[in-house]
Design a protein around this ligand. Structure first.
Ligand SMILES: [Zn+2]
Length: 411
């Protein structure tokens, strides 16, 4: 047992601070590590040398502000992580390494609501196939991140509402996938994973406080507060879709009336266009028609934006985020939906909170959730695995070893 405050426990704590910073950022210069951890340049330099000697990190020359610098990332050989994202109509799987490189990725159309067992069969097969494609053995998998399109009880890991995923009643998605794969699985809802994906790789990079709002068949928000996802004790934080906008409005699937979702979810938008545009419309099609100038589609998108903006204004007053990132199919409409959101925020939020807010589209599109699932593993895995698995220094030739084959770097 190490005494808290002893030389060795302090050293261990510093190692973990440096590892966490690099783990969540992909790569950082030594100066950036010093800034983000609060450690001195000399301490960072010593720790990086030690981690390099054990093969835990790779150090490559780079430049920062025109000056020579050293870029530090976790070793690409230290292990791999897997992301699995279930949407209502798709399954997407990605395999990445600890240096934030995606080694393999694939999406398939699937009716997730119909049967959970079928969905997990497909996921199991796709994960095995992509691990094989990555050229790295399954024994190197440090964890699997799993995204599901509904609220998850963080304690029990079960889906909070079967109204949202009718075919998933009584299933614990985390245990189901962990049993099938024989690997540790972390689970979260799609909005939280979208927030994590955009925070680590997309429109939220470098920020500590943001909200990711996903508008799809439902409307949900992932909240990042002080650099971490805020889930609340029951895991239901961020259910922005069920803010009441009109007490006597349409009945929502949650049982309330006039929820934000009843004005902005896909089926509501498509329902408004049923008379004028006929059946068979989808949100991507509406976005495409609107971009081509169709007045009805433009109006429906603009009205959805106005209503989302009312929710964002409430969020802004409560949490004062620096940025709101819009995800889901509707985000593809760009300024057609973003401008009315900003107008509502200006109208309904208190000026001091609204002034600091930017509203932007997500940078990752439909990949946000699966990349967020990779980030979830990076965020939850802790550093013990890394420190213990690489306790002994390895010879330079080995620590510098690189797997053959092309790597597809993240944007
Ligand atoms: Zn509702």
């Amino acid at each position: 047992m190490e005494t808290p405050g002893s030389q060795s426990s302090l050293h261990r704590a510093n190692l973990e601070r440096v590892l966490r910073a690099v783990r969540m950022s992909g790569s950082l210069t030594q100066a950036e590590i010093a800034r983000s951890t609060g450690l001195s340049a000399a301490t960072v330099s010593n720790i990086v040398r030690e981690l390099k000697d054990t093969g835990t990190v790779d150090v490559t020359p780079t430049s920062s502000g025109g000056r020579r610098a050293r870029s530090v990332s976790l070793s690409g050989d230290a292990g791999i992580v897997v992301g699995v994202d279930f949407g209502h109509s798709h399954l997407r799987v990605a395999v990445g390494n600890l240096a934030h490189q995606v080694l393999a990725e694939q999406a398939e159309p699937i009716d997730v609501d119909a049967s959970a067992a079928q969905g997990f069969d497909r996921a199991e097969r796709l994960v095995a196939q992509l691990i094989e494609d990555s050229g790295i053995g399954p024994e190197k998998v440090l964890g699997v991140g799993l995204g599901v399109p509904g609220p998850i009880d963080v304690e029990s890991g079960v889906i909070g509402s079967t109204a949202i995923l009718p075919g998933w009643g009584g299933i614990n998605p985390r245990e189901e996938l962990a049993d099938r794969l024989g690997m540790p699985v972390h689970v979260d809802n799609d909005a939280n994973l979208g927030a994590l994906g955009e925070l680590v790789w997309g429109s939220g990079r470098g920020l500590k406080d943001l909200a990711y709002i996903k508008v799809a068949s439902g409307v949900g928000a992932g909240l990042v507060i002080s650099g971490r996802i805020y889930r609340g004790p029951g895991g239901t934080a961020g259910e922005i879709g069920h803010i009441t906008l009109d007490e006597s409005g349409p009945v929502c699937r949650c049982g309330n009336r006039g929820c934000l979702e009843t004005f902005t979810a896909a089926r509501h938008m498509l329902g408004l266009l049923g008379e004028s545009h006929g059946p068979g419309l989808t949100v991507p099609k509406v976005v495409q028609l609107a971009a081509g100038g169709d007045p009805g589609c433009r109006r429906v998108i603009s009205d959805a934006g106005r209503h989302i903006g009312m929710g964002v204004a409430n969020l802004c007053n409560l949490l004062n985020p620096r940025r709101v990132i819009l995800g889901g199919d509707l985000a593809e409409a760009g300024e057609l939906v973003l401008a009315p959101i900003r107008e509502s925020v200006a109208r309904y939020a208190i000026p001091s909170a609204a002034r600091q807010l930017s509203v932007v589209p997500g940078a990752l599109g439909s990949r946000a959730e699966v990349l967020g699932a990779l980030a979830l593993v990076l965020s939850e895995m802790g550093d013990s695995t890394l420190l213990e698995s690489t306790g002994e220094p390895v010879p330079e030739a080995q620590s510098g070893h690189r797997r053959q084959g092309a790597l597809k770097a993240l944007p």
